[in-house]
Design a protein around this ligand. Sequence first.
Ligand code: RB5
Length: 149
Amino acid sequence: MKIALGADHGGYELKEKIKQYLSMRKEIELIDFGTNSTESVDYPKYGHLVAKSIIDKEVDYGILVCGTGIGISIAANKIKGIRAANCTNTTMARLSRQHNDANILALGARIVGDVLALDIVDEFLSASFEGGRHQKRVDQIEIEECNLF
Ligand code: RB5
């Protein structure tokens, strides 16, 4: 399994912990798109880089970290085909894969503790999309125009 990592300065330290944690798993290959320090940067770039690596099929999943997980997930979700889920617990992480076929896990380093964050990562990576009734809903996310109004 190939995983892209990305973070802004607020998420840098947690990204490094996730990188260290996942690098112990032989079946996982990591690509780190930065940032590489706590120096202030703008999160959209990292959200977009990780999103692009998924759309280009360079990796299977992405993990993004910023202070809250909000900005970087909003940025990633602007890319067609990306379903970035900002998760604060393991249930959200599992259901984001099972029901929403999330291809990016977003984390808020200022919101979740390190131990919980690693549990969330484990849960996200071990859960599978259930398809079935969820497939048509996921397909509906990609509408070009909203026809409700
Ligand atoms: C950076 O200070 C912070 O705004 C960013 O990491 C993130 O929380 C934005 O959503």
